[in-house]
Design a protein around this ligand. Structure first.
Ligand SMILES: Nc1nc2c(ncn2[C@@H]2O[C@H](COP(=O)(O)OP(=O)(O)OP(=O)(O)O)[C@@H](O)[C@H]2O)c(=O)[nH]1
Length: 375
């Protein structure tokens, strides 16, 4: 994969994360709206009890109760759903459908209960529909299209009806509502843009932080942990093994006559060898093991819950894997290894590493290309 498509890929991941953040925000923001919309309708009915047709009012409230229950069921499913399954692909459509149902019943019901010959009731109904639309801005701002369409479903039926009435007062109210709505519509754009920008910035900062942390901990040449990161992880592993009363083994590896490789084939060939050693180490150990390049051509690995015998066998296999490497034009690569364990010893991490180091130098002293176990 080239760097351009990698960047595109990462941008795609961020876009998906932003979409998911918006969905979570939508669910967080709008739970109370389910009760709010029903209460609004109930309050309007109570205020206009003597002015509305009771049968129409009852049908409206029953239908609204149905859509509210549908929405509550959706929220219950959302809260029960595992975090990993709260994805836009799974929830956006369901949310949209229930919202449209609920807003549609609200808007159509408001028109149905509104008496054609009672101006006071008409103004009250309009007051409530405007109130409902404004609260949609605060509840659904993470999704502009949801805000706008729920506003339209609630507001438009009554407003359009008023707009085509003979009285100038009714037409005036409808025009005022439409003018007012245009301001709200432009506010929704700014609000949802600001939210999206905030989500994107947060995700980009998280990504930059991950990249810089990884860079600060990684040895560029081999891809293994660098010295500092190795000792940070080693401390944690040591404490964990001590707490669980498990043995911890340390392997110290040093390439033999590496200076000769550099001098004979050049520094770049030496770098290539180190890269290959990094590859062998990465491929040879478990996830629970901690490995790193301590500097130059020296590497270390910590093996938790491993006996000294197993660690020695692993070190021997490592020598064989290195001998089998083909790093043209370099031939006959060898390494020396020192192995030590906390088993039967009372030393701390530095004591353990020191013992492995002493064993390594003994391996060098004994002629290199071998494993020596610390006594
Ligand atoms: N190519 C390359 N060489 C490095 C790097 N870091 C250290 N070296 C070289 O590794 C060599 C280490 O040499 P020495 O410490 O004398 O060890 P050696 O030649 O391997 O000898 P023994 O360890 O005694 O077998 C030096 O020449 C360093 O310059 C690196 O990142 N890349």
């Amino acid at each position: 994969m080239n760097s351009f498509s990698r960047v595109q890929d990462q941008d795609g991941v961020i876009e998906e994360q932003v979409r998911t953040d918006r969905l979570h925000q939508l669910f967080r923001q709008s739970f109370s709206a389910v009760f709010g919309s029903y209460l609004g309708a109930a309050m309007l009915c109570w205020l206009c009890w003597d002015r509305f047709d009771h049968r129409v009012m009852l049908v409206w409230l029953v239908l609204l109760a149905g859509t509210s229950l549908l929405r509550l069921k959706m929220f219950a499913d959302w809260f029960r759903c595992p975090y990993s399954e709260r994805t836009p692909a799974r929830w956006e459509r369901r949310y949209w459908v229930t919202l449209m149902l609920s807003a549609g019943v609200w808007g159509a019901g408001a028109l149905a209960v509104m008496p054609t010959d009672d101006r006071v009731s008409q103004v009250l109904v309009m007051l409530f529909t405007v109130g409902m639309s404004v609260s949609a801005v605060s509840c659904y701002s993470a999704y502009r299209y949801m805000t706008l369409s729920s506003m339209a479903m609630v507001l438009l039926p009554c407003t359009l009806w008023l707009l085509f009435q003979p009285s100038s007062m009714q037409v005036g109210v409808a025009i005022a509502v439409l003018v007012f709505s245009t301001f709200v519509v432009s506010a929704t754009r700014k609000l949802s843009d600001a939210l999206e920008k905030a989500f994107r910035l947060t995700r980009q900062m998280e990504r930059a932080n991950t990249i810089s942390t990884h860079a600060a901990q990684t040895d560029e040449l081999t891809g293994l942990m660098n010295r500092r990161a190795f000792f940070e992880h080693a401390q944690l592993l040591y404490a964990q093994c001590r707490q669980n009363q498990q043995p911890l083994c340390a392997l110290m590896l040093d390439m033999d006559h590496f200076k000769r490789i550099n001098d004979t084939y050049g520094h770049q060939a030496g770098d290539q060898v180190l890269r290959q050693i990094g590859g062998v180490i990465s491929a040879s150990f478990r996830q629970a093991d901690v490995s790193g390049r301590l500097g130059g051509e020296e590497f270390a690995v910590l093996l938790p819950n491993t006996s000294l015998e197993t660690a020695r066998d692993i070190a021997q296999q490592l020598i064989e894997s290195i001998a089998g490497l083909s790093a043209e034009p370099v031939q006959g690569l060898t390494a020396s290894l020192g192995v030590a364990s906390t088993q039967g010893h009372e030393h701390d991490l530095h004591g353990l590493m020191n013992n492995a180091d002493k064993a390594l130098y003994r391996a060098k002293f004994l002629g290199r290309n071998q494993v020596v176990v610390a006594q």
